[in-house]
Design a protein around this ligand. Structure first.
Ligand code: NI
Length: 166
């Protein structure tokens, strides 16, 4: 496993659509392992392959809460969503700021695991938010494109969201 460099806003790779993963091989496994290590190192709760310059539809998420575990999503698609929820969001590619973003409260996602097996995942709250945020990365979309406004220092402190960058 190796740490990869997280690209920052302004890098063209963050704005390009990622391609579907077609080979579920050692190279993909290395990418997923590196994404997880890089995410943990940056104390983030999610990371998408385009954020390290790899334009493939692969993301990792770990809320690092009690009972949470590492989630790997390959070729994820949102197949259902429900409700609406506004919260403060951050992104490892856009350090130093946070923004208010409205996302679905619940999201059902269909994806493949690292071996190509399809599965479905029902998510809500922060996990649903992370899933949407990471899938947006695969489309070249950043949360600043859809935020209602930037969060103030006071709001960021109140949210205590050290771990909520994705
Ligand atoms: Ni992000």
């Amino acid at each position: 496993m190796a740490l990869r460099k997280i690209l920052l806003n302004g890098d063209p790779a963050l704005r390009k659509p990622a391609r579907p993963v077609v080979k579920f091989n050692r190279r993909l496994h290395m990418l997923l392992d590196d994404l997880a290590q890089t995410m943990y190192d940056a104390t983030g709760c999610g990371l998408a392959a385009p954020q390290v310059g790899i334009l493939q539809r692969a993301v990792v998420i770990d809320l690092d809460e009690e009972g949470s575990e590492l989630i790997e999503l390959v070729n994820p698609e949102i197949i259902a969503s429900e409700g609406e929820d506004e919260a403060i969001e951050g992104c490892l590619s856009i350090p130093d700021i946070r923004g208010h973003v409205t996302r679905p409260q619940k999201v059902k996602v269909r994806a493949q695991d690292r071996f190509g097996e399809f599965f479905e995942l029902e998510t809500e709250g922060l996990l649903a938010r992370c899933v949407c945020h990471e899938i947006d990365h695969l489309q070249g979309c950043l949360y600043i494109d859809i935020m209602s406004r930037q969060a103030t220092e006071e709001e960021i402190e109140a949210a205590n969201d050290e771990k909520k960058q994705t």
